[in-house]
Design a protein around this ligand. Structure first.
Ligand SMILES: C[S@@+](CC[C@H](N)C(=O)[O-])C[C@H]1O[C@@H](n2cnc3c(N)ncnc32)[C@H](O)[C@@H]1O
Length: 214
């Protein structure tokens, strides 16, 4: 989907989003934020922060910046930050994950939960996540990666495919296609409920520090 179609889709889903996707996708969010919380004092970028369901879970010494393409999703996240007084959330900004308005190496860690299959160019987006992440920093991706082997998991995935498509997800998205050409090493890959359908991928940014422009 292009950016305008994504904005339109999430304009329609914003008010229902937490009810429909809050609980079912909570294990992936919790597993990712738990990993982040094991390390204190980080500055984290959450890409595709949506309605900010994960924001209350971060340790309060972790500073978080969230970005999203959808004004309607961000509005709900902003209300959550105000209502729950989440002072460690530095900002929630409308921005395209494919063109991040941050300097190279601005964040210790970059996380994208249930976003990479929605963006039109996952590899280009991965390169952007890597650019704004410090060399040696972590990039966490929570996503569904398509099962290529036959079995119950592949059957369940195929049954859920129509629902996935209405949200702009690609049910046939593979881990290899995401990582092709990126300078990361996989530090951990954890499957999470429901049915191990989603994974928490923890990558380390192995790209060297970029030289400042002359
Ligand atoms: C399935 S929701 C996930 C929201 C949240 N991360 C969660 O765990 O519930 C996908 C989010 O990605 C956002 N999104 C899609 N494409 C984007 C892009 N190119 N740049 C920034 N955000 C994007 C959507 O607006 C939506 O809020």
């Amino acid at each position: 989907m292009d950016s305008e179609s994504i904005r339109n889709a999430y304009r329609r889903y914003a008010r229902l989003y937490d009810k429909v996707f809050g609980t079912i996708m909570a294990p992936g969010r919790h597993a990712a934020v738990e990993r982040i919380n094991r390390r204190g004092g980080l500055r984290v970028l959450e890409v595709g922060v949506g309605t900010g369901l994960s924001l209350p879970d971060y340790r309060k010494d972790i500073r978080v910046v969230g970005i999203d393409l959808s004004t309607d999703m961000l509005r709900i996240a902003q209300k959550r930050v105000r209502d729950e007084r989440l002072d460690n959330v530095e900002g929630l900004l409308e921005m395209d994950a494919g063109k991040l308005a941050f300097e190279d190496g601005s964040f210790d860690l970059v996380v994208a939960m249930y976003v990479m299959t929605v963006v039109p160019d996952p590899q280009g987006t991965m390169a952007e996540l890597q650019r704004v992440c410090k060399p040696g920093g972590d990039i966490l991706i929570v996503n569904h990666f398509a099962e290529t082997r036959p079995g119950i998991r592949r059957t369940v995935e195929r049954q859920l495919a129509p629902l996935s498509k209405t949200l702009g997800w690609r049910p046939d998205f593979t881990l290899d296609s995401l990582l092709a050409g990126s300078e990361v090493e996989v530090a951990a890959l954890e499957q999470v409920p429901p049915f191990g359908l989603f994974s928490v991928l923890n990558c380390r940014n192995t790209a060297p520090a970029r030289q400042a422009a002359q």
